[in-house]
Design a protein around this ligand. Structure first.
Ligand code: DC
Length: 228
């Protein structure tokens, strides 16, 4: 069986990471959450006063971009991948609404994207990787053997994010989350640098009415076809 690259793109809170993690685990591939990387850069900016009144100090960030080191480690006890920013576990902090509300402005900066894309590409040396994001099938791995583009309505996605945060004890008002989801859709699709769009050869799936189990089976069947 050949080893392939699987690119899963789509709108925020569509369940991309659930789908990507499930597949990676089932088939023994590495999983990379590219959104966590942009979230980590955003947290770095916030902690270092590089965002003032919603505007990123790009000159200062450019000078410090090489000081940002992002790694992923699997936590056996919690059975999850965790994101480390300069050696610190920031997995929970990068999921807060405070970070979500500024990540689109940071991820729209060209030199930030170029640095993250180079890092993402470096993970694929021996293939066998599932990566989720916005531009994985279009920019990071345009030759990926399997590309999925996920969609679901903003209301369903906001509800999912609300449930996820609540479960982690980080409840936020549903209306605020919905607003954030819509705002990020708009920013992700209209930014000049690598806007969110479906790759021509991606398979589109609206998972709004699907269970996680339905989705898992659907993807596994397609994956098995592709690696034959
Ligand atoms: O998947 P997520 O919601 O954790 O992503 C956080 C933000 O990062 C999202 O608003 C858009 C941006 N992003 C991106 O621009 N490119 C990627 N490959 C992944 C995420």
């Amino acid at each position: 069986m050949k080893r392939i690259i699987v690119a899963i793109d789509g709108f925020s809170s569509c369940g991309k990471s659930t789908m990507a993690k499930d597949l990676a685990k089932s088939v023994g591939y590495a999983y990379v959450d590219s959104g966590a990387m942009y979230r980590s850069v955003t947290l770095f900016c916030q902690r270092n006063g590089l965002i003032k009144e919603g505007v990123v100090d790009e000159t200062a960030l450019r000078e410090r971009i090489d000081d940002i080191h992002i790694e992923f480690k699997f936590n056996e006890e919690r059975q999850r991948n965790e994101t480390f920013l300069n050696g610190e576990n920031v997995e929970d902090e990068i999921r807060t609404l405070a970070v979500s509300s500024q990540v689109s402005i940071v991820s729209s900066i060209g030199f930030v994207r170029r640095a993250m894309v180079a890092l993402q590409q470096s993970y694929s040396k021996d293939k066998g990787i599932v990566m989720d994001g916005r531009d994985i099938g279009t920019v990071v791995f345009p030759d990926a053997e399997l590309k999925i583009f996920l969609t679901a309505s903003p209301e369903i996605r906001a509800q999912r994010r609300y449930d996820e945060l609540k479960q982690k004890g980080m409840e936020e008002p549903y209306e605020d989350i919905l607003e954030n989801v819509k705002q990020r859709d708009h920013l992700d699709m209209t930014r000049a640098e690598s806007p969110l769009r479906k790759a021509d050869d991606a398979i589109e799936l609206d998972n709004g009415e699907m269970t996680i189990e339905d989705q898992r089976r659907w993807l596994l069947d397609i994956f098995k076809e592709r690696v034959k």
